[in-house]
Design a protein around this ligand. Structure first.
Ligand code: HGY
Ligand code: MN
Ligand code: MN
Length: 460
């Protein structure tokens, strides 16, 4: 597909930004953006995304974990017999031969998850859930750019020699249950059933949350997508780092995605009277935890490429005149080299044990989830780099310290990612922002990528 008229991309980019604003207003909290897995806010976001997918000419369904999946049929899906063809100009009037709209709410007893034919298919997408007090582009930008790519094809009356599926994943951040990738793990077939019993801060389990959202937690295994028809998975995402901005580049091609380990660490000391217990007799859980937090920082600072974060903590009983008896905290450890990450986790556990022994505080070290580092598929990333060049920009490869749905999806098919410059590299923060011009470039690059892939398919 030749370079699109800049205006057309800009129009699409403007619509992406407008839709990101709309999604950014859908939150569980009145004064900041927080949209957790399987909540009413997620339902609202899913309905909106599904509507935009349908407007773009896609058939839409929702699986049992709450992923919304749109499909833009390949050119071979049109019934030659009836002469139904896409009209070149304007919106196509024909309906695809394949089943039209599956209801958004999943069929609870769905045993035939993928109602669509097995033809070569590319999946694009990202996630609709957010962190707490989030920015509005981390996740939604990838879903909206993917929908824009389909809208452009439809406006051009074009069908590709492969189907295009767009997925809005249900839970990439793991804010509600601290385990990342619930949505993409289901689609990739790597969902651990043990997750179903995990409870959130209101003691609602994953299984109960799925059911309340309209899904069937017992049917998740049937929502695993087959990979045999897949050409790959390609995700557009904000960089969430400073490199592209520092080098004056609108987009970059991801080379690899860092692995991560998520843990829960509990410090059990002894609650006591703040006024009567002498300092030397205390078993203060918060002092032990605080010493550990600084140990986490010190270890990560001394190891190149290692990042470790305590992002969430709770202190009990949480009264100003009571010595803290119990502290629970999260621990997030990452490194592009899995062996270094695992070694760091081992070392941090040993340091926590030493601190607790010295302070006579009991330690509970709870491993929640580990995901390995993933290298993006060189041939897909190469095509993405080619598309960046065809769009008139220098292809820049860079690793991702952030995790993405591409990680579980790499267990199902080849993956590639396009990064979009974001202001100051800021993310997981309401100040997160992208320029509409860079979104237009991303749409243009993805249009070129689809063209490069279509040419490859035509020769296959
Ligand atoms: O935590 C991450 O890397 C991603 O934003 N979920
Ligand atoms: Mn994120
Ligand atoms: Mn993200």
């Amino acid at each position: 597909m030749p370079n699109q008229h800049p205006l057309r991309n800009t129009q699409h980019a403007i619509r992406v930004m407008q839709r990101a604003d709309i999604l950014g207003s859908i939150s569980e909290e009145p004064d900041r953006l927080t949209r957790r897995f399987a909540t009413p806010a997620m339902r609202q976001a899913n309905e909106l995304a599904a509507g935009w997918m349908r407007e773009a000419g896609m058939s839409v369904r929702q699986d049992n974990i709450g992923n919304v999946i749109g499909r833009y049929e390949w050119r071979g899906a049109w019934d030659q017999g009836s002469g139904i063809r896409d009209q070149g100009s304007g919106l196509s009037t024909a309906q695809p031969v394949v089943p039209d709209r599956a209801p958004l709410a999943p069929r609870a007893s769905s045993l035939t998850p993928n109602p669509w034919p097995l033809v070569p298919t590319l999946i694009m997408g990202s996630h609709l859930d957010t962190v707490r007090d989030a920015g509005k582009y981390d996740g939604p930008l990838g879903v909206l750019v993917a929908i824009a790519c389909v809208e452009r094809l439809r406006e051009l009356g074009e069908r590709l020699p492969f189907a295009l599926e767009v997925v809005a994943f249900a839970d990439e951040e793991g804010l509600r249950y601290h385990t990342a990738y619930l949505g993409s793990n289901v689609l990739a077939g790597s969902f651990d059933p043990a997750y179903l019993d995990m409870a959130d801060e209101d003691d609602v389990t994953v299984s109960e949350a799925i059911r309340a959202f309209g899904g069937n937690p017992d049917a998740l295994a049937h929502d695993k997508r087959s990979g045999e028809d897949l050409l790959g998975y390609c995700e557009v995402h904000i960089e969430q780092g400073p490199v592209l901005e520092a080098e004056g580049l609108p987009v970059g091609v991801v080379s690899a995605i860092s692995g991560q380990t998520r843990l829960n660490v509990h410090f059990n000391g002894e609650a006591g009277h703040a006024g009567t217990v002498p300092m030397r007799l205390r078993r203060d859980a918060l002092c032990a935890a605080s010493e550990f937090v600084l140990a986490v920082e010190a270890l990560a600072r001394e190891r190149e490429g290692l990042v470790a974060t305590v992002g969430q903590a709770s202190v009990e009983p949480g009264a100003s005149n009571v010595i803290p008896g119990h502290v629970q905290m999260s621990l997030d450890v990452r490194h592009i080299d899995d062996a270094i990450r695992e070694q760091a986790c081992k070392q941090l556990r040993e340091q926590a044990e030493q601190i607790c022994a010295r302070r006579q505080v009991a330690l509970e070290w709870q491993h929640l989830q580990s995901s390995r580092s993933v290298r993006c598929a060189s041939h897909l990333a190469g095509m993405l780099a080619q598309a960046v060049e065809r769009a008139g920009y220098a292809p820049r490869y860079l690793p991702s310290g952030a995790g993405h749905d591409a990680v579980p999806m790499s267990g199902l098919t080849d993956v590639a990612m396009l990064f979009v410059r974001c202001k100051g590299g800021v993310s997981h923060n309401p100040a997160e922002s992208v320029a509409v011009e860079d979104v237009a470039v991303a749409i243009e690059v993805m249009g070129e990528f689809l063209d490069v892939l279509a040419r490859e398919q035509a020769q296959a």
